[in-house]
Design a protein around this ligand. Structure first.
Ligand code: HSE
Length: 413
């Protein structure tokens, strides 16, 4: 019998306890022995909760109990979650976490603690919720040199964008719904501003390229600048607008960034909607691998956390090496160097646009009714440029074209 402690009883922690209970027999069979949650740590009271009797509010009870072999960190953030994770690893306990901020910021150091004590530090749920993405990347695709990873990595923003586009829901109503469904972070700014996506692409690219890529090295733009008119223009051109985290290898460096993109309707990611996430990993032997599924939510996230618990139970005395070098070498380059086509919305005339940008593809404004939000912006010109890097776009815009919106078009450049 393996005894587990769960730190934090929010969306993820309660999902983990619930799933371990719901699928107990099946999980024991797969793990090779029974798994019992001995403690749940939370400072809040949960009267009448079916697991009320195992709640503790003092971490010391857990850290000093030698019976606790595996600890699930589901507190979130990098405050006490960092401290507790470090102490558990140093005490020789295996730690499983879904905390992307913790892994993206302090993963290297925590991996070192795990290595020193010969225990596992596993974090499959930190990227893509319930989608298996870390194991496929570091195990199944390990023979490949990874050229690129890009994906929809945040359920909340994808939920908002999909609702705005398909149902005309306002940004704030869609955000509220995402919060009610348990997708959003405690502070949804992390979702909206792209920080959550940034942490996830940092984890994936650090694993893919073997060096720590830190959130402060990754230019990050969220979804606040995406307007319904942009979605309309993009659609007439054959695209959806999606917030992507992207990491592209450039020689022995990597361009890593987060930004809204126009994604061609032929690309599978264009139909990854609502809280679903989708990731494309490009290997030099296998080609493109597309992974998609539920990227946020209680049970999908618990699915990945519990799989890590089972993996830890099966490898109590063997280390699973999932990590990156702790050299602290900065391998990132400015993503503005990457070429692509660009979507631009401006109040400049078509003539002026053609004068500066040459041949472009103009979006047709099919909706000219002045009473609609799109119609009100009737004087706008939206277009897609030829292929050029971000610095060239800046230069051409500086010749008197004010960009009301500007997004990259995802392509193979
Ligand atoms: N807030 C995150 C999201 C939760 O919306 O994707 C899952 O990491």
């Amino acid at each position: 019998m393996i005894k587990v402690a769960v730190l934090g009883y929010g969306v993820v922690g309660s999902g983990v306890v619930s799933l371990l209970n719901k699928n107990a027999k099946h999980i024991s069979k797969n793990a090779g022995q029974d798994i019992q949650v001995k403690y749940i740590l939370d400072i809040r009271e949960f009267p009448n909760d079916p697991f009320e009797k195992i709640f503790v509010n003092d971490f010391e009870t857990i850290i000093h109990d030698p019976e606790v072999t595996i600890v699930v960190e589901a507190i979130g953030g990098t405050g006490i979650a960092y401290d507790y994770t470090q102490r558990c690893l140093q005490a020789g306990k295996h730690v499983i976490t879904s905390n992307k901020e913790l892994v993206a910021e302090h993963g290297g150091e925590l991996m070192r603690h795990a290595q020193e004590r010969d225990v596992n530090f596993l974090f499959e749920a930190s990227v893509g919720g319930g989608i298996p993405v870390i194991r496929p990347l570091v195990q199944c695709m390990t023979a490949n040199i990874i050229g690129e990873i890009y994906g929809i990595l945040n359920g909340t923003t994808n939920y908002i964008l999909t609702n705005m586009e398909q149902n005309g829901t306002s940004f704030s109503d869609a955000l509220l719904e995402a919060q009610q469904k348990g997708y959003a972070e405690a502070d949804p700014t992390a979702d909206i501003e792209g920080f959550d996506t940034c942490r996830k692409i940092c984890i994936l690219s650090s694993l893919a390229f073997g060096q720590h890529i830190s959130p402060n090295q990754v230019p990050t733009e969220g979804i606040k600048n995406v307007k319904t008119s942009d979605m309309h223009y993009a659609s007439t051109l054959g695209y959806e607008i999606k917030l992507l985290g992207r990491a592209r290898a450039v020689n022995d460096k990597a361009a890593v960034y987060v930004a809204p993109h126009l994604v061609n309707k032929d690309n599978l990611l264009s139909i990854v909607n609502y809280a679903m996430n989708g990731v494309v990993v490009r290997g030099n032997a296998v080609g493109d691998v597309v992974l998609c599924g539920a990227g946020a939510g209680k049970l999908p996230t618990a699915s990945a956390v519990v799989a890590d618990i089972i993996d830890a139970v099966k490898h109590l005395h063997t280390r699973r090496w999932i990590g990156w070098s702790q050299d602290n070498v900065n391998i990132t380059i400015d993503p503005n160097q990457l070429e692509s086509a660009w979507y631009i919305k401006t109040d400049a005339s078509k003539e002026k646009v053609e004068h500066e940008f040459g041949t472009v593809l103009f979006a047709e404004n099919k909706n000219k009714t002045p009473t609609t939000s799109v119609g009100k912006e009737y004087n706008e010109t939206a277009f897609i440029t030829g292929v050029m890097n971000g610095n060239k776009v800046d230069e051409l815009l500086s010749r008197g074209i004010k960009a009301l919106s500007r997004f990259r078009v995802l392509g193979d450049h």
